[in-house]
Write a protein that binds this ligand. Structure first.
Ligand code: ATP
Length: 314
């Protein structure tokens, strides 16, 4: 086939712990990542000429090599130059539904879709592991976005251990339209404020990773204990984002006072989310928080936990 349409789901963090610094200047992390049904649609098609073209309907998403989806296509054409000659270049059309710079891995999932799509379109037959390795060269969240579902992520976020799927959990997301948080700012500020608590030695970092591996949230997921999962939500980056943006703290409190399993900020923010047991509860929570906050700048989405990452659109 000369074209594919792919569904690229967003992710939320159920857990994000910053363990320490790494020699490559990234942070050593322990996270639980969860795909959700809020997704972009990515169309890719072969074009006769050997170039990469990106189109996107969102004003904040670049259409040149600054777009991570472009960089994914560029990486694939460098790795597989004979496929580029055989099939020609690629046009990538991004239909954006995931809010941008929101802590939902919107860019990473687009890049993951391009890797999966080009593997299919160029008939490369890459393994899941090979795709994840290519993904890790583009960004720490890209490997997770390929397979999605529920996973424990360590290292920079690219070392993945699958966890049992969590079906039937719903999520209400809210984001202030005009508020974005830069991921580098969040991590830099965290390092400035909490760097003295970092675990620096290799053995200590391994112990911290193991503590999360065998820790309470992983156990709650294994037992499908939704109430416990809600209580154990944790994100270290809230410690820098909430004091800086008091409206986020208010939003979190508004969610937490409703009939929810738990509420938290996703990734480096500023998207705040709450988990519920049903679609009806999610709708009630959305209506209540909307009324309480009464802010036209606040946007809401309702989604469900997803058991997969990139899939072909039908
Ligand atoms: P993460 O959770 O992985 O930190 P995020 O959801 O916070 O990501 P993105 O939506 O990926 O953030 O956007 C971060 C920046 O990347 C934006 O400022 C945007 O201009 C740029 N960007 C590049 N390519 C894309 C893309 N395909 N989709 C969205 N943003 C992109």
């Amino acid at each position: 086939m000369h074209s594919y349409s792919l569904i690229a789901p967003a992710k939320i963090n159920l857990y994000l712990e910053i363990i320490g610094d790494r020699p490559d200047n990234y942070h050593e992390l322990a996270m639980v990542l969860q795909s959700i049904s809020l997704a972009d649609k990515i169309d890719i098609r072969s074009i006769g000429i050997e170039s990469i073209v990106v189109r996107c309907n969102h004003p904040l998403v670049p259409a040149d090599e600054a777009n991570i989806a472009y960089r994914a296509a560029s990486l694939m054409s460098k790795q597989f130059p004979e496929a580029l000659v055989r099939y020609g270049g690629v046009e990538i059309t991004i239909h954006k539904h995931i809010p941008v710079a929101a802590g939902l891995a919107g860019g990473s999932t687009n890049a993951a879709a391009v890797l999966v799509g080009l593997d299919l379109m160029w008939e490369l037959g890459l393994t899941h592991g090979e795709l994840e390795e290519l993904g890790a060269q583009l960004g720490s969240d890209v490997p997770f976005c390929i397979g999605g579902g529920t996973a424990l992520a360590t290292g920079r976020g690219e070392v993945l251990s699958p966890l049992p799927n969590l079906d039937h959990i719903y999520v209400v997301l809210a984001k202030y339209k005009n508020l974005s948080i830069s991921t580098p700012w969040a991590y830099k500020t965290y390092r400035q404020e909490f760097g003295d608590t970092y675990v620096t030695d290799t053995e200590g970092q391994e112990n911290s990773r193991q503590r999360v591996h065998s820790g309470p949230i992983v156990s709650a997921i294994a037992h499908h204990n939704h109430a416990e999962i809600g209580k154990l939500l944790h994100n270290d980056l809230e410690k820098v984002a909430l004091p800086e943006y008091p409206q986020l703290l208010k939003l979190r409190e508004a969610f937490a006072s409703e009939n929810v399993l738990g509420a938290m900020m996703s990734g480096s923010g500023p998207t705040m989310f709450a988990l519920t047991e049903s679609q009806a509860q999610a709708e009630e929570v959305e209506a209540a928080v909307k009324a309480k906050m009464a802010d036209p700048d606040l946007e809401f989405w309702i989604a469900q936990f997803n058991s997969n990452g990139i899939s072909i659109a039908h």
